[in-house]
Structures are given as structure tokens and as C-alpha cells.
Design a protein. Structure first.
Length: 409
């Protein structure tokens, strides 16, 4: 098999290519009501058209008054509730009963909590003098008209959506979720629950890829298993390439007799790279097929996990214009780690916080890319830099959790 595209590129170079390709093909913008925008990427800046708060108001239930009157008794002249703005104006020696959120009457510049005042008939006696501004929320102290409160590229979480609602937005422009077709490959695969013949295995990668995508808020479509037949494989993949933003496969990307995907993509589409100097996951394949991005992950389950987290997830993030980087975590090794090869390695490990609030990661000694149990016992990938090396216990390491801290459901 001959190829005229670069192979065995560095992991950093692979990341650069993935980002450049995704930036050149952003997904469309659509408007979504706030109730359906959780986890979506904002497509345009949000600029405040109203102030927050929109008027001076009380931060407490109590009595609105003039601080200049000190601790002298005040005559109670009325009441002001949230949602009702009476036309009150306080003169010297007067006060007004007020509830939290109610507009501050003209002339008042402070609020005394009701627990700190005594009522004697129609007179209110403060326990002590109030200072100007006490328990008062000033107009625009949170947001002023014209403020850019949300930037394009942020992932919309509950607090950001609440802010948009407070500013009167019913919906927001967001990037469409990329559509993803998921394929597993190989005559040896059977669906869980079916009987196995000698030499057959259950298709765990289908569940792995689907649930990784669902956890990030996508709705993947899993196609039937691709047989080890180049014509049948080509037909299914080309059909998917004209209906989805991303065709995601696992298996069939190495250099074996039944690994047809590199030659197929070179013939029918465009190859950006094949084989990355990483472990696990070296034979990962990235390119373009029809209208879709094509990402072929290796077949070993730990390779699927590592290449999804490090290449597929960033691809999907960038397609949506996500400007927020994924949270970068660093943790100290709880045991020594060594490697003799030159590739960047992603080692499974358990990330946890100790009693003093420090992150620690315990590496899993089972490092084979077929060791699915080791992956299931872990919750993060420990990044071992390129080149042979030894990292003693206590070394501060970059760590990539399986589940993003802002997964965006």
C-alpha cells in the first residue's frame, strides 16, 4: 500500500491539523430557547440592553429611610412590596416598610432590617443609625446597559442561561450540535447478548463511543457493524458521509490485511494524517469524506478512549466554535512511572483529592491497549511527555479526566 500523505506525525502536529480543519468548517448557527440551550456554544456576543438591577431596590425585608436622620424614631408612612412601585417620596423623619427586591422610594438611601428596629404604633425606632447604601442594591451595579456579558464561544451553563433570562432573552444564537455517525468494524464483532462462536468478541467499542458522545451532549447514530469487505464498507461510509458532520469509526486503520480504511479514504476522499506518535492510538486516521469529517480510531478499546478524548472531542469542540479551553488539571503521582519509548503516552489512572485538598493520580500498571478492565478501574489519563523518561512519585503531571468538568449536557 503506497501513500502520498505524511504518516507518523507528532501528537502536537495532529492537534494543530485537527484545529485548523475544524476552524475552516464551523457548523451552522441556530436559535434555541434558553430551556434547550444548556451545553451549547454561544455564537454571538450578548450585549445588555437593560441594566441589572434595573432600579435601586432593597436587599432585605425591613424599613427604607434616610441615613441622615441617624437613629431617631421615624414615622411609618406606607409600604412598598416587590413588584409594586408606589409613588413614594420620603421626607426627613419618615420611613417606609419595604420587602426584598422592592424599589427604593425617592429620598431613601438605606434599609434597616426589620429585626433591627422596633415598632411603636406608627413609629419605627431603629436599633442604631444606618449608613448610606446599607442593604441597598444600586441600579446597574451588576450589569450596565451596553456591557458585553457573554462572549461568543462560551459554553452555556445554568448560570449563563439565567443571566440571559434576567436580561430579557427568550432564546440565543448557538452553534448547531455536529451530527455524528458511529461505525465499528470487523467480522468478529457480535452485539452483547448474542451467543459467541469461536473467535468472536462482543462489540464494546460501540457502547464506548456512543456513551462518550452522549455524555458530551451529542446524539450519535450507530450504524450496523461494517464487515471486513471493502465494497460493503465503502458503500456504508459514503452514504453516511453525505448525511453527517462527522463519520467516526473504530478498527480497520492499521496495516493488516483487513485494514481497508486508509487506502479507502485516500482513494475516495482526503487524508489529513494517518498515524500519530502517541500511545495508545498510533494508527489514528483523519481526513475528509464527502461532506463529512472522517476520524478513524484504532480498534483496541483503550485506544478508542484515548483518541476520542484527545482528538475527537477537540474536533467537535472546535467545529462549534468553542473558545473556552477544557479545564487543565495537574496532579501528583502517587507511584513511580517510567517508559522507554519516544511516543507521547496516555496512561490510565485514578484521579482523586487527598484530605488536604491536593489532586493525586494513581497510575494503573496494566498498560496494554486491550486492557479494558484497567480503563474501567480508572477515571483519567496521565500524560507522559515524549521521549523515554522516569517520573518519581510526587511529580506534578498533566491529567485528562474521562468526563469533562464542563461536559455540557
Amino acid at each position: 500500500m503506497s501513500h502520498d500523505f505524511p504518516t507518523r506525525i507528532s501528537f502536537a502536529r495532529a492537534q494543530e491539523i485537527v484545529q485548523a480543519v475544524a476552524l475552516a468548517h464551523p457548523v451552522d448557527v441556530e436559535r434555541k430557547p434558553l430551556s434547550r440551550a444548556l451545553g451549547r456554544v454561544l455564537a454571538q456576543d450578548v450585549v445588555a440592553e437593560i441594566a441589572l438591577p434595573g432600579f435601586d431596590n432593597s436587599a432585605m425585608d425591613g424599613f427604607a429611610l434616610r441615613s441622615a436622620d441617624g437613629d431617631a424614631p421615624r414615622r411609618l408612612v406606607g409600604e412598598q412590596f416587590a413588584g409594586r412601585s408606589g409613588d413614594f417620596s420620603l421626607a426627613a423623619g419618615e420611613c417606609l416598610r419595604i420587602t426584598t427586591g422592592a424599589a427604593l422610594p425617592a429620598g431613601a438611601d438605606a434599609v434597616v432590617m426589620k429585626e433591627n428596629a422596633r415598632i411603636e404604633g406608627d413609629t419605627v425606632v431603629p436599633a442604631q443609625a444606618a449608613r448610606a447604601g446599607q442593604h441597598v442594591r444600586r441600579r446597574a451595579e451588576d450589569v450596565a446597559v451596553g456591557d458585553t456579558v457573554l462572549r461568543a464561544g462560551v459554553v452555556l451553563d445554568a448560570s449563563k442561561l439565567s443571566l440571559a433570562a434576567a436580561l430579557g432573552h427568550h432564546d440565543l444564537p448557538v452553534r448547531r450540535r455536529p451530527t455524528v455517525a458511529v461505525f465499528t468494524t470487523g467480522d468478529e464483532l457480535r452485539a452483547p447478548g448474542q451467543p459467541l462462536a469461536p473467535g468472536e468478541i462482543y462489540d464494546s467499542n460501540r457502547v464506548l463511543l456512543q456513551t462518550l458522545l452522549i455524555a458530551e451532549g451529542y446524539e450519535p447514530v450507530a450504524w450496523p457493524v461494517l464487515p471486513d469487505d471493502p465494497d460493503a464498507m465503502a458503500g456504508a461510509l459514503k452514504d453516511a458521509a453525505f448525511s453527517f458532520d462527522l463519520v467516526l469509526t473504530c478498527g480497520g486503520v492499521s496495516a493488516g490485511e483487513k485494514d481497508f480504511l486508509p487506502a479507502f479514504l485516500q482513494r475516495e476522499g482526503q487524508v489529513h494524517f494517518w498515524k500519530v506518535l502517541m500511545r495508545p492510538g498510533m494508527p489514528v486516521l483523519f481526513g475528509r469524506l464527502g461532506e463529512a469529517h472522517f476520524l478513524g480510531l484504532p480498534g483496541n478499546p483503550v485506544s478508542v478512549l484515548a483518541t476520542f478524548l484527545t482528538l475527537a472531542r477537540p474536533l467537535l469542540d472546535t467545529l462549534q466554535g468553542r473558545a473556552q479551553p477544557r479545564p487543565r488539571l495537574r496532579a501528583r503521582l502517587s507511584a513511580d512511572v517510567s517508559k522507554s519509548h519516544d511516543r507521547l503516552e496516555f496512561l490510565r489512572g485514578v484521579l482523586a483529592c487527598d484530605d488536604e485538598g491536593r489532586l493525586q493520580v494513581t497510575p494503573n500498571p496494566a498498560d496494554g491497549s486491550h486492557r479494558l478492565r484497567a480503563a474501567a478501574q480508572s477515571n483519567a489519563l496521565v500524560v507522559l511527555a515524549e521521549g523515554a523518561g522516569h517520573w518519581p512519585a510526587g511529580t506534578l503531571m498533566d491529567v485528562l479526566p474521562y468526563a469533562g468538568l464542563d461536559a455540557g449536557r
